[in-house]
Design a protein around this ligand. Structure first.
Ligand SMILES: [Mn+2]
Length: 416
């Protein structure tokens, strides 16, 4: 049997932004890959939706999207679901079955219905949570057991309480949606509370699938099981690693145990660039940023690329980060690129000033002296050099009545 393995479609991601169609477009392609890859069923590892309470627009588009599965042929006529207590129910779904667990994004408290339970009620998917789905076709028996996403702190307890046993005389697959200690460098922002590691996973499964991580990964576990992270079908975080890992789905063959990764054809590219400056002018920073963006943009791109530029270093003295405006650049590339410019220059300049203050404080100078010393040092590196007496300026500024004179001193000298 061939099974498509898909995860983290995040339907509804970017709602209200230029990217609001993307999660649906990518999920559509992922499902089409499953169909063209002759999958008999789809296994989904959580975060189908981006939000626990999807908008009406998201529901509507989701129903439209899932029609392609409903209209697709399948050899599987019935799937038997067994809950923890062994109670069975027959789950029927028109077309190509999709067996899904919920993710952390759909997680809701036990008294509430999550979005995937709603989708199951509407007949679009089969939702499992701490339960198993048995598929029997052409003499093959596949048991898919799944645990939906729970808060990381509770993951180990939840897994131990559930303690799934592999089904006898079947090909056994386990689905879950959590962080793992071994993959923390790629993890989201929940690293502090991760409780699960690969060693905690139940034994005796042929294939173990984890959602949640948005970068695909596959390995073989110490106990011989295949382990696969399909990754998300959409870029949700503009991290460097996402720029190097195209999105797609797995097709898994239960007879050969081969995992085949198929890329989504039309997907938005992410370019990630770090730029460092030292005592740079505004022109230099803006020029370099524009040059970088230009090198990533071309007219053949069907989807405007995401370009993230992380700027660090220092501006030349006398220039504030607030003097630097990227508005013109963002305007220039509107429609051609989706820009995210992370300006770390201000932080650097600020930190430098704190360091200066600390050094001066150790000299136990008076506040006025500190002010003068900072002013002199900064002026020495600007075009103002020697244009007026800094001490005179500080004295004028320290006397409330003479503020106008201080202003005249500055303006007068500058106008020369
Ligand atoms: Mn996710």
């Amino acid at each position: 049997m061939k099974l498509a393995i898909i995860s983290d479609t995040h339907l509804g991601f970017g709602y209200g932004s230029e990217r609001e169609q993307e999660s649906f477009g990518n999920a559509q392609q992922a499902f089409e890959l499953a169909i063209s890859g002759s999958a008999d069923a789809i296994l989904f590892a959580g975060d189908f939706f981006d939000s626990d309470i999807p908008s009406q627009e998201t529901w509507h588009r989701t129903f439209e999207l899932l029609k392609c599965l409903q209209n697709s042929e399948s050899r599987i006529s019935e799937i038997k679901i067994l809950d923890r207590e062994g109670n069975a129910r027959a789950a029927r779904q028109k077309g190509l079955p999709i067996i899904a667990i919920h993710g952390t994004h759909e997680f809701r408290g036990k008294d509430y219905k999550n979005a995937l339970e709603v989708l199951e009620s509407a007949g679009f998917i089969i939702h499992i949570h701490a339960s198993k789905a048995i598929i029997e076709t052409d003499g093959e028996k596949i048991a898919v057991q799944g645990l939906g996403g729970v808060p990381e702190k509770k993951a180990l307890d939840a897994l131990r309480a559930w303690a799934p046993e592999p089904e006898k005389n079947a090909h056994n697959i386990l689905l879950f949606h959590q962080s793992l200690k071994e993959y923390l460098p790629f993890a989201a922002d929940d690293e502090m509370s991760v409780t699960l590691s690969l060693d905690d996973l139940p034994k005796g499964f042929d294939l173990v699938v984890d959602g949640h991580f948005h970068l695909k990964n596959e390995t073989t576990l110490a106990n011989g099981a295949k382990f696969a992270i399909p990754g998300s079908t959409i870029i949700t975080q503009m991290k460097d690693l996402e720029s190097k890992n195209p999105k797609g789905i797995y097709i898994y063959d239960t007879r050969t145990r081969a995992l085949n990764f198929l890329q989504i054809q039309k997907q938005r590219k992410l370019f990630y660039e770090k730029l460092n400056f030292k005592d740079a002018s505004a022109e230099e920073v803006l020029g370099k940023v524009e040059e970088k963006i230009n090198s990533y943009v071309n007219s053949q791109q069907e989807l405007a690329p995401l370009i993230r530029i992380k700027i660090s270093g220092s501006l030349k003295q006398g220039l504030e980060a607030s003097d630097l405006s990227f508005r013109a650049i963002i305007e220039k590339f509107r429609g051609k690129a989706l820009l995210s410019i992370d300006d770390g220059l201000s932080a650097a300049a600020f930190r430098m000033r704190i360091d200066e203050l600390r050094a001066l404080q150790q000299k136990r100078a008076s506040v006025a002296e500190l002010g003068l010393e900072i002013l002199e040092r900064n002026l020495a590196q600007t075009d103002f050099n020697g244009a007026f007496d800094p001490r005179e300026l500080i004295e004028l500024l320290s006397d409330k009545k003479r503020e106008q004179e201080a202003l005249a001193l500055l303006l007068g000298k500058r106008m020369k």
